[in-house]
Design a binder for this molecule. Structure first.
Ligand SMILES: [Fe+2]
Length: 276
């Protein structure tokens, strides 16, 4: 696995970094593949088109897991081809629906960055694995925590963002909280030792979360495919449109961010389904 640090220069002269977050695309080998009735390649394409139409600028893209729904090489190839329209570097973490080792083997050939550490201006982005083979919940291994510590200590003065698929917080949705990062107390306690960690940026919960805990901001972002209904006791889908997130990082440690969505009604999932 790649342990090199990628270094990118900041385009903006005031040192502000702009980042696009995409998450939980759930693509298939088959372009017509559907997740609970939504053609995920179509919703992902619509999200990319909407981003391009807004003419916003960003230095790079981060993808917080579940790029694939079927673990196939072709789903990853499709993702790399589609996201290349944004014409900026793309970084990722694997999700529970991904084949992480496969991604690290093939993505370099498809133009997606496989480095797990990125330094850009006054900020350091560290990409962690929380995937547990063949189960939906997450767990961050001690080796990953050690990687985080080692990376942090290489640039201790930089503002730091940790990217990981599983949000290490409960969302108060009983069914979804069974799939949370199971060692989140250990994880949150561990990262609280590093005062320059400002943000933990996640996917997995297919909904917007933005909260402070232990003086660290925890953010998750809507999926580019289907959405889960917040605070639902049992599995339920939210009929809001596919989404993505724009973040700006100032040299002094300030973060500003906004979620964007496609209008509801264009990619409507099957509301009668009872599981995911
Ligand atoms: Fe997902």
């Amino acid at each position: 696995m790649d342990t090199k640090t990628c270094k990118l220069s900041v385009a903006n002269e005031n040192g502000r970094i702009s980042v696009l977050q995409l998450t939980d695309a759930h693509l298939f080998a088959d372009e017509a593949g559907t997740l609970l009735g939504v053609r995920t390649a179509s919703s992902f394409k619509a999200v990319l088109s909407s981003i391009l139409n807004q003419e916003i600028s960003f230095d790079f893209v981060v993808v917080t897991g579940d790029i694939s729904q079927d673990y196939s090489v072709n789903s990853y190839k499709r993702f790399a081809h589609m996201v290349s329209v944004l014409e900026v570097p793309v970084f990722f973490v694997p999700g529970n629906h991904d084949d992480g080792p496969l991604m690290y083997r093939i993505f370099g050939d498809f133009g997606v960055h496989t480095e797990r550490s990125l330094v850009c201006g006054n900020w350091h982005f560290i990409f962690l694995n929380s995937e547990v083979y063949s189960v939906p919940h997450g767990w961050v291994e001690r080796s990953e925590l050690n990687f985080l510590k080692q990376q942090y200590e290489a640039y201790p003065d930089l503002n730091t963002v940790v990217l990981v698929h599983h949000l290490p917080r409960l969302v108060h949705s009983r069914w979804l909280d069974t799939q949370t990062m199971h060692n989140q107390d250990e994880f949150n306690n561990f990262i609280s030792n590093f005062p320059n960690i400002k943000l933990v940026l996640c996917g997995h919960v297919h909904q917007e979360v933005d909260e402070m805990f232990n003086n660290i901001r925890y953010i998750s972002t809507p999926s580019t495919s289907i959405q889960f209904e917040p605070y639902s006791h049992d599995f339920a889908l939210d009929m809001q449109g596919p989404g993505w997130r724009y973040l700006q990082f100032d040299p002094n440690g300030q973060i500003s961010t906004q979620v964007y969505r496609l209008p509801a009604g264009r990619f409507v999932p099957d509301s009668g389904v009872e599981g995911y």
